[in-house]
Design a protein. Structure first.
Length: 540
């Protein structure tokens, strides 16, 4: 099955509305995305109060929205004058006084669509010509994700599922000053949902700009969780012009100067992914072969005769579908959820991490050595909001022949991947600087420098939605003929806040004790969402 071109292919994507409480002067951009939305996915519960449909000169508010495989159902009401701030004749930039516009998602209908009336309505995806998501410039991820997802399905498939961002289970958000505004750069220590799971994270900051000799970042809590950060330092690496640098999982700087594309790449079910992985171009593979719960890619690279080491390069992230599936799993605990979280926090970290690996939450990387697959590394979850570039050092001294064969594996639709390559450049000494904060203040002026300069168990607590800390670093001098890469090194964890009710679903939870069931649960949910039960087996 070719996942990209099936007429009924669906990508589960959430148009997330950012609830970021700014005090400084920022601007918001209207991000636009156009496609034929003739297929989409499932459940999205009650609508946000700022979802609207534009049909000709009429503007309708949508409430009680639900979604199936062919369209949207909702209660439509004529919009009152001034209720929505969006206007066709305004430029695509809004000042902070129009803060409400952050909460608006507009659907534009084709001229040929049936006229809407107040009351219960059904809007086929074929009637939707455009989605406009009004978000501040920090929220570029929302628009770029929509665009990427449309590209995945080609010109004939679209997507559209929305959830309030406060219901999303993710991790602390990081923004950087790009010289004009703070832009969203990624999420940190994803999956570390208890203190015993606190871990290091090395986030690339390609958008950061030296402004008046300072680097500025922002760590914010925008979700239903409590966030605790024990370290927030910058690692600055200067390297020869024309080269790149990434940090590996342990924070070691690795030089990239001659990345080699895959010579072949196939999914477990035989789908040719060679072209998909050759470029960073938003042509995505979702690890969503519905015939198998475990999904993976086998790829090959030409190996230079003298190569003793290689560096696997990946551009990947977690899927929003995986985020949704994990949320459905958590609901199974009902009112027992808080007790389960307490029990999780008391387990040895090694047991919890092994549990996650056995359930294929990470992206696991193997190399074929003597006809056998050998584990090289696994990549921790990084959240669904932003792609991240990874580098994985691989010892090739025992690999015979002129070819390297790599396997990457994960659970059903837990990750998505845009790019894979391998670099065989020898590492060299690089100019690495480690920067401590010169200021770290929240909205009330509280100073967190002593909590972020080292790992000592003294955590910066961000326990409420809207909490944010702006952190400033002095910029070191850079030698001539060099380029610079900047990374945020953090250590921390977060705790999910959920208000589930009712008794736990013991029968359902018992199924998750089997290591392979989480991936199977994801697969089954995907099949049922798309009404594909007649086409694929619902049991393994």
């Amino acid at each position: 099955m070719n996942s990209f071109h099936r007429p009924l292919f669906i990508v589960v994507t959430f148009l997330l509305v950012f609830l970021f409480l700014h005090q400084s002067c920022h601007y918001f951009m209207v991000q636009k995305s156009t496609s034929d939305f003739n297929t989409t996915l499932a459940s999205f519960g009650d609508a946000h109060k700022h979802f609207a449909v534009n049909q000709g000169m009429n503007l309708y508010r949508l409430n009680a929205i639900s979604i199936d495989s062919t369209g949207i159902q909702a209660i439509a009401n004529f919009s009152k004058s001034g209720e929505f701030l969006y206007a066709e004749d305004k430029s695509y930039r809004y000042t902070k006084t129009e803060r409400e516009i952050l909460h608006e998602v507009h659907f534009y209908l084709n001229n040929e669509s049936e006229p809407l009336e107040e009351g219960k309505v059904r809007i086929p995806y074929s009637d939707i010509k455009e989605i406009r998501i009004l978000d501040k410039d920090e929220g570029k991820t929302v628009a770029s994700y929509v665009g990427a997802s449309i590209a995945i399905a080609g010109a004939t498939a679209g997507l559209m599922t929305a959830l309030i961002i406060a219901l999303k289970s993710s991790c602390p958000y990081v923004y950087v000053n790009n010289g004009e505004v703070f832009v969203f750069e990624g999420e940190i220590f994803g999956g570390a949902i208890a203190k015993n799971l606190a871990r290091d994270d090395y986030l690339p900051l390609p958008s950061i700009i030296d402004e008046d000799g300072k680097y500025s970042i922002r760590i914010s809590n925008e979700l239903k969780e409590r966030q605790y950060t024990d370290l927030a330092n910058l690692i600055v690496v200067d390297h020869p012009k024309g080269s790149e640098v990434l940090l590996d999982k342990k924070g070691n700087a690795k030089l990239i100067s001659d990345p080699q594309s895959v010579t072949s790449a196939h999914s477990y079910n035989g789908q040719d992914l060679t072209a998909t992985l050759k470029e960073k171009d938003s042509s995505i593979y979702f690890f969503n072969d519905v015939e198998n719960s475990e999904n993976g890619i086998i790829m090959k690279f030409d190996k230079p005769a003298s190569a003793g080491n290689g560096k696997l390069l990946l551009k990947s992230k977690n899927t929003l579908w995986g985020d949704y599936v994990f949320g459905e799993f958590l609901k199974s605990f009902g009112s027992y959820f808080d007790e389960w979280m307490e029990e999780l926090a008391e387990k040895p970290a090694s047991d919890a991490l092994l549990n996650g690996r056995e359930r294929n939450f990470p992206l696991s990387i193997y190399i074929k050595d003597g006809g056998q697959w050998q584990m090289v590394e696994y990549l921790n979850t990084v959240g669904p909001m932003m792609f991240r570039d990874f580098i994985v050092p691989i010892d090739l001294n025992e690999i015979a022949g002129d070819e390297v064969e790599i396997k990457i594996e994960t659970g059903f639709m837990f990750w998505e991947i845009d790019y894979a390559a391998m670099d065989f450049t020898d590492d060299m000494d690089l100019d690495v600087s480690y920067l401590l904060p010169v200021s770290a203040t929240n909205a009330t002026g509280e100073d967190f420098r002593s909590k972020l300069d080292k790992k000592d168990g003294n955590f910066m607590a961000q326990e409420n939605i809207g909490d944010r800390t702006d952190i400033v670093f002095n910029v070191p001098l850079m030698k001539e003929d060099n380029e610079r890469s900047v990374f945020l090194h953090t250590h921390g964890y977060y705790e999910l806040i959920r208000d589930f009710e009712g008794p736990p679903n013991i029968a359902k939870l018992n199924k998750f004790k089997e290591a392979t069931y989480f991936s199977e649960y994801s697969r089954l949910g995907y099949i049922k969402t798309l009404n594909w039960e007649d086409n694929y087996a619902l049991t393994k």
